[in-house]
Design a protein around this ligand. Structure first.
Ligand SMILES: Nc1ncnc2c1ncn2[C@@H]1O[C@H](COP(=O)(O)OP(=O)(O)O)[C@@H](O)[C@H]1O
Ligand SMILES: [Mg+2]
Length: 378
């Protein structure tokens, strides 16, 4: 008994809250405790409910679509007010609809997208001058000065597809446009959308565009769009059909807005080779911007950006840039950090050219290990 009394002081469980000043109270306390634990136990025995979608509604009956894509004609318990497209909870054995789920509320969406107002300036990007110019024309200008386009009578694109190797600044570019236009930045990673939101992907896309309109001006950034828009031959399996449905919803949303709406979509991919051409039609992602690995001049630029706040001992960045052919912006950032570590290990606070050269070979080694790992298992 003393154990229970001790515990009572530490825990906040409701059944332990009463101070037992008499046997009766203590008795009551134990009774509460038993019923609480019984209720907890019952939770473990309960079968999970299926989350399904309403496709047709009849009197007391409905057609539902279960998560694997099959359709069933089932009973509705009680007087639920259902309409097509609602999410409902369905009992597993009888497939009876027992409860209507609130609209995929904000709680779910916010687990899967990142909404922010980024603070990335054009100046924090090294190289990419042509690409920045193009983004300014096709996204920034229409958002800031739509009247210009109306006057001249041309339609700016709804969407832009950035493609090129990883770590070359695609995400940064999208954030920089959002910053310069003071837009809400909504980031989705397509592969996560597909994996984690089975059965709800299409709905989620709809909700994302709704939020974007509410918080306009907005930039919707879809990273790894190849996960959603791969040109696939086999759409036989349930999972693939689901991805297809999500993809179709994306196209529908993009077809639905006028080009001078203040919502723009920027997508990114490392795999332009497998992208379904349907997304490149007019009114969708009708501008393709290639983001390639930086050339020597750009590498020099990126190196100085990332070492701006380091204390440097007369570094010849031209020379470092020459030694880093084939590296991405992300690699060059790693070079700067590694150079800092080489100095740190020798208790120096100034970073020397030698530190940079060592850092280059360290980072290129890591890159090669990554590549051989990929060629073995990728
Ligand atoms: N052109 C660039 N200029 C400056 N930094 C860059 C550049 N490209 C990449 N980086 C660095 O690499 C990181 C990853 O870049 P990111 O934009 O996520 O690449 P991607 O989206 O193309 O994979 C950035 O946070 C930045 O530090
Ligand atoms: Mg990225």
């Amino acid at each position: 008994m003393s154990i229970l009394v001790n515990e009572k002081k530490q825990t906040k469980e409701p059944y332990l809250r009463v101070e037992p000043s008499s046997i009766n109270e203590e008795n009551q306390l134990l009774k509460n405790s038993v019923s609480y634990l019984k209720a907890e136990l019952n939770k473990f025995k309960e079968l999970p409910l299926l989350v399904c979608e309403i496709r047709r509604v009849f009197k007391g009956k409905a057609v539902i679509r279960i998560p694997n894509g099959s359709y069933f004609y089932v009973n509705v318990s009680g007087n639920l007010d259902l309409s097509i497209g609602d999410s409902v909870l369905v009992e597993q054995r009888s497939l009876t609809i027992v409860q209507k789920l609130d609209k995929l509320g904000n709680f779910d969406i916010e687990d899967f997208i990142i909404v922010e107002r980024p603070n990335t300036s054009w100046q924090s990007l090294g190289g990419l001058n042509k690409q920045i110019q193009e983004l300014k024309e096709v996204i920034e200008l229409p958002l800031l000065k739509p009247e210009l386009f109306e006057k001249i009578g041309i339609d700016p694109p709804n969407g832009v597809l950035l493609y090129g190797p990883p770590g070359t600044g695609k995400t940064m570019l999208a954030k920089a446009v959002a910053t310069s236009t003071n837009s809400t930045f909504i980031e989705i990673v397509a592969s996560e959308l597909v994996q984690k939101f089975i059965g709800e992907g299409a709905k989620l896309v709809k909700d994302i565009f709704r939020i974007a309109r509410e918080k306009a001006p907005s930039i919707i950034f879809i990273d790894e769009i190849d996960a959603l828009a791969a040109d696939r031959l086999d759409i036989g399996t349930g999972g693939e059909r689901e991805v297809q449905r999500t993809f179709m919803q994306l196209l529908t949303e993009m077809d639905g807005f006028k080009s001078l709406d203040n919502v723009k979509v920027i997508a990114a991919t490392n795999r332009i080779d497998i992208i379904d051409e349907a997304i490149l039609r007019p009114g969708r992602f009708d501008r393709l911007i290639e983001i390639s690995l930086p050339d020597k001049e750009s590498r020099k630029n990126i190196l100085s950006i990332h070492s701006k706040s380091m204390s440097l001992d007369n570094i010849d960045f031209s020379h470092v840039a020459e030694q880093t052919e084939g590296m991405s912006g992300a690699d060059l950032k790693a070079v700067c950090t590694e150079a800092g570590y080489f100095a740190l290990r020798e208790n120096r606070f100034q970073i020397s050219s030698d530190d940079f050269i060592k850092a280059v070979s360290k980072v290129s080694q890591t890159d090669q290990e990554d590549n051989s790992f990929e060629s073995m298992f990728g």
